[in-house]
Design a protein around this ligand. Sequence first.
Ligand SMILES: Cc1ncc(COP(=O)(O)O)c(C=O)c1O
Length: 380
Amino acid sequence: MYYFDNGATSFPKAPGVAAAVADYIEHVGVNVGRGFYSEALGAAGVMLDCREKLQRLFNAPEGFETIFTMNITESINVILKGYLKAGDHVIVSSLEHNAVMRPLVSLERRGVTFTRAPFDAEGALEVEALSGLIQPNTKLIMVTHASNVCGTLNDLNRIGELAEAHGIPLVVDAAQTAGVMPIDLQKNKAKAICFTGHKSLLGPQGIGGFVIDKAFAAMVEPLIEGGTGSRSDSEAQPAMLPDKFESGTQNLPGIYGLNTALDYVNDVGIEAIHAKELQLTEQFMNGVRDMEGVRLVGRHGTENRTAVVSIDFELHDNADIAYLLDSEYDIKTRVGMHCAPSAHKALGTFPQGTVRFSFSYFNTEEEIDYLLESLRKILA
Ligand SMILES: Cc1ncc(COP(=O)(O)O)c(C=O)c1O
């Protein structure tokens, strides 16, 4: 198959990921934080190694800790629901995924309010407008680093500077950028970066997390409480990190896989991965630009974007195009809302949605040629 749905989940995974998952299941198998035999300490070492790699990947300053979750949806839920209280106000971008919007809409019923920041023609948050949205009760700015609909990047460093100047914590949804764009916590001043392991980090499904400032984490209540293997004499949830947010047996096969994926991302280098993905994105955008009835949504150039391209086929039903690509040409794309109705409203593609093409480091120029040729035949 020709797989261009890496924005949903990357495929293939980094070399060695499947073997690392199998290695844990077949040869390690033990839990961590419970028994103190050497195998358990070995597995705990891999977990710690993975935490530290993530902190280095995001250039976390001293005083940050990595927390593992199932995926970024859980990470965002933990932070939003554990931190916000009735009467609090939040500012979000207009490109947010439902991983942010649904918890916020649910929190609205408990007295939390939110404002969507204005955006420019390409969907990016207008940083100049942010100050005007801040209210005395604004407790959080939550933004996606890149849109999962059109690939447009938000300027995290400028948003973070402004958030810090107003003493408001910034939390970032890095689902679409972790592993493919540089993210620097020392520059963007975010209090937490949420990630998911199965997209550009090239790891398995079921493992994600967040890297969080310990002082900020002290203000976040855990969503799940239970056994952590630590302070077992007490029935109260431990306050120390990562235990506060990691109750129950963790996804060790996922952590072994993610740890290996991080080695691959570090060996190849984020810049090389991003450069290759952008080259494929440019080849694709140049190829579709002149096709009749093709409306490229969001940013048209390769500046400040990821390898996610959305098209509204104005002369067709977008669902038909995606169906024909799959059924006639074995090409996998995603059609519809991409779990981000807010972004489609901002980009003018609600309710028809778009066909989304999202490329990975493992796609090739030949595959893009085949995709373009197939599209030409369908549109002819
Ligand atoms: C911007 C963004 N946020 C959140 C998510 C949710 O990711 P996950 O399903 O891994 O929790 C996605 C994935 O679709 C996304 O693109």
